[in-house]
Write a protein that binds this ligand. Structure first.
Ligand code: PEP
Length: 263
């Protein structure tokens, strides 16, 4: 059975002092016995400082919010996978809808980044999700399926099983609107079965698939009960210590319950 996973995407928020404060609080609250895995993705300029704070806390993993696919070179302003690896960063968000929307990242860029992250031993958190128009036209499943297929193109089974997928409908990100547990589960089941078609059931059983989009402690209870929803990629609520801890607690409880009564 897969453990649940809660990842905080801080986006371009928090000053350094607040970032450190949040990490110190998380560090003293997250126990090593809980089943839920936890990660934070702070702004890249804070990675080195926060990695130092967390160097003796393996139960909190650290990820970047983006990277370029090239190892080094004349790419002003970019961060390479090699640099992230040098800092011992473990994960990297790839293809977040805000990167696709504001920085014109396309499926080809996303695929190159996924491959490059894997090459450098970083776990890619591959984001997929449809906009409102696509959902209203009844095309959400096909759209997300295509993004997924393009994102994992050319990977072998042992690479696919290392990826984390985050299903994040764009219309639910930062809007306060949440995709219902039932609807999210439908897409997430489709993602798992697509991964199975592209690899094997052994691989698709291992891949963690998260939901993201206005996750809060008062709306996530429903989602996290589903056996196929392995956790959340959390934006706004990850900036609030109490909220983030509540989400981790919800995931711990859901894991215990699904072990005895799978949904
Ligand atoms: C995100 O940053 O990926 C996200 C889902 O944001 P929010 O939880 O704020 O909607």
């Amino acid at each position: 059975m897969r453990n649940k996973l809660i990842i905080g995407n801080w986006k371009m928020n928090l000053g350094l002092a607040d970032a450190q404060d949040l990490v110190f609080k998380l560090k003293s609250s997250i126990g090593s016995k809980q089943s839920t895995e936890v990660a934070i993705c702070p702004p890249s300029v804070y990675l080195m400082t926060l990695m130092n704070v967390l160097k003796d806390t393996p139960q909190i993993k650290v990820g970047a919010q983006n990277m370029f696919y090239k190892e080094e070179g004349a790419y002003t302003g970019e961060t390479s996978p090699k640099m992230l690896k040098d800092l011992h960063v473990q994960m990297v968000i790839i293809g977040h809808s805000e990167r696709r929307q504001y920085f014109n990242e396309n499926d080809k860029d996303v695929n190159l980044k996924v491959k490059s992250a894997l090459k450098f031993g970083l776990t890619p958190i591959l984001c997929v999700g449809e906009d409102l128009k696509t959902r209203e036209n009844g095309e959400a499943e096909n759209y997300v399926k295509n993004q997924l297929i393009e994102g994992i193109k050319g990977l072998n089974n042992s690479e696919i099983e290392k990826i984390i997928i985050a299903y994040e409908p764009i219309w639910a990100i930062g809007t306060g609107k949440i995709c219902s547990g039932e609807d999210a589960n439908k897409i997430i089941k489709m993602i798992r079965s697509t991964i199975k078609d592209k690899s094997s059931s052994n691989v698709s059983d291992k891949v963690k698939i998260l939901y993201g989009g206005s996750v809060k402690s008062d709306n996530f209870k429903e989602h996290i009960q589903y056996e196929d929803i392995d956790g959340g990629l959390v934006g706004g609520a990850s900036l609030n210590f109490e909220e983030f801890i509540k989400l981790i607690d919800l995931a711990n409880t859901a894991h215990e319950q699904t072990q005895s009564h799978p949904v």
